[in-house]
Design a protein around this ligand. Structure first.
Ligand code: PLP
Length: 503
């Protein structure tokens, strides 16, 4: 079905929103069958020099000077104190902290990728437009959806975008339902996004198996339901088994089904949210496709939608114009833009390079190995740790230190801090909230069998140590550059200046 809209013309940043452009052009919602990235156009946009000069400072800024030698020594010292994905296993559940291959860095550093000014007009960024359009087609192929926006800069930003699309859909039908259903195991960003979008979050209980309780859901579904947000695999690392029934219930009141695809790493090439019947799906490219997740970004949370929602997508989208060139296009009923320029463009280029490098079979293998590694590690440690939901897991699983705490007073936090002494990054702790003393472990597909075996040995060793020497775990870490921090205080009252630190 063709989606009506307008070609914005010129720069993405100045793209007119719906109704502002004079000559709408109808285009077919299809992916351009183009070849490889065509590179950077050398045409440089003209900038109004007077305007720039008016904003220049009259005198130079006084900056402290430091020699290159001292600067290199400073950063090398800092880097050697850090634990990173390049150093070893980083089993931080829910975050997919996998190794990011070097070729993605090389792609990101290419002049045509990193050297382009975001304000460059369309005719100067044909290669970039091709990257966006091909990546959109890949995301649609992976998720089973019809069209996608690449603008949202994170998973949470994708959630907000998806909820605004949900509202646009209901408004187009003259409806204004107020409730969005969210399972109790969901990531905290789900209810936060729902509130930010002006909806009311309603909690759906999980059953004893850790999956959405269909009976519980049935009690909550009424005409005021705008939709459901479902994470799959859920944050316990479990694949929701009652999807058909859940979606039938929500669709029966014309609610929309939103798929939180942050855990896409488990399912690429195996199942697709679109085939399951979902209407909206965000994916965290920064977890699954070659960009580290953490440190606050940058990330990318594209939102893909079913055909019936394509006309509401944020502008601008890269599409083929009548003359065969690629241009910026704004769908007729667009909700407006959700990010400046093209989103976090370099993250998008990294993701595309990763998808093209691995290909369809390679991406499927990636997910299969992620699931295999998690199940292997789970079965290796299950005699030492209580696993509250013991069924076959997907790419991650949740262990509990509740028994160890009860017997020896050793908490999940003590295990996590002690694991750092063993040479590994800590797993996620105390999340999801439905598990007491949770240790959420996601080994990812990039660790070797030897590394996984060593990680398992360390976890087992710590459980044994808890029995005879709980005080050692309580005092850990002892050999890291900094000992145990008061993380809550550091977050609430950060010391941001040297003066404060020494004063
Ligand atoms: C299940 C789930 N949903 C949403 C998010 C939010 O993604 P982001 O941190 O990119 O905003 C995460 C983050 O890891 C997640 O695990």
């Amino acid at each position: 079905m063709p989606v009506k809209g307008v070609f914005a013309g010129g720069r993405a940043s100045s793209a007119p929103l719906v109704g502002q452009a004079s000559e709408p052009t109808i285009f077919e919602l299809s992916v351009p069958g183009r070849s490889a990235y065509s590179g950077r156009n050398t045409e440089v946009p003209e900038w109004p020099i007077d305007a720039i000069e008016a904003h220049l400072r009259p005198e130079a800024v006084e900056l402290p000077e430091v020699s290159e030698r001292d600067l290199v020594a400073h950063f090398t010292r800092l880097a050697s104190r850090n634990y990173s994905v390049d150093l070893g296993a980083y089993p931080l559940g829910s975050c997919t902290m996998k190794y990011n291959p070097r070729f993605a860095d090389q792609v990101a550093a290419m002049d045509g990728i990193s050297g382009v000014h975001p304000g460059t007009p369309e005719n100067g960024i044909q290669g970039w437009l091709e990257i966006f359009s091909v990546l959109e087609s890949y995301i649609c192929a992976i998720t089973g959806m019809a069209a996608a926006t690449l603008q949202p800069p994170a998973g949470a930003a994708g959630e907000l975008t998806g909820l605004l699309l949900m509202r646009a859909y209901h408004r187009s039908k003259g409806r204004n339902p107020q409730k969005v259903l969210i399972p109790d195991s969901a990531h905290g960003t789900n209810p936060a996004s729902v509130t930010l979008a002006g909806y009311n979050a309603v909690t759906v209980p999980s059953g004893p198996d850790g999956l959405v309780s269909v009976d519980g859901l049935r009690q909550l579904v009424d005409e005021d339901v705008a939709g459901i947000m479902l994470t799959n695999p859920n944050t316990l690392g479990l694949f929701e088994t009652e999807i058909v029934e859940i979606l039938e219930l929500v669709h029966s009141v014309d609610g929309l089904a939103y798929y939180d695809g942050a855990n896409l790493n488990a399912i690429v090439g195996i199942v697709r949210p679109g085939d399951m019947g979902f209407d909206i799906v965000h994916s965290n490219l920064h977890k699954t496709f070659a960009t580290p997740h953490g440190g606050g970004g940058p990330g990318a949370g594209p939102v893909a939608v079913a055909e019936k929602l394509a006309r509401f997508l944020p502008g601008s989208l890269a599409r083929v114009a009548a003359d065969g060139s690629l241009g910026w296009f704004v769908p007729e009923e667009s909700i407006g833009r959700v990010h400046g320029f093209y989103g976090n463009a370099v993250v998008l280029a990294r993701a595309l390079s990763f998808m093209q490098y691995l290909g369809g079979d390679g991406l499927k293998r990636m997910s299969e190995l992620a699931v295999l590694n998690a199940n292997w590690l789970k079965s290796r440690i299950e005699d030492s740790y209580f696993i509250p939901y013991g069924q076959v897991c997907m790419h991650e699983f949740v262990a509990s230190a509740a028994n160890i705490k009860k017997q020896w007073g050793v908490r999940a936090l003590d295990i996590a801090k002690s694991l750092m002494e063993e040479g590994f990054h800590a797993p996620t702790v105390y999340f999801p909230l439905v598990v007491e003393e949770a240790l959420m472990i996601e080994p990812t597909e990039t660790e070797s069998p030897q590394t996984l075996a060593a990680l398992a040995e360390s976890l087992i060793h710590l459980a044994e140590l808890a029995e005879g020497n709980p005080e050692v775990l309580a005092a850990a870490p002892a050999r890291t550059p900094v000992r145990r921090l008061d993380e809550a205080r550091a977050a609430r009252k950060p010391i941001l200046t040297e003066d404060q630190r020494t004063g």
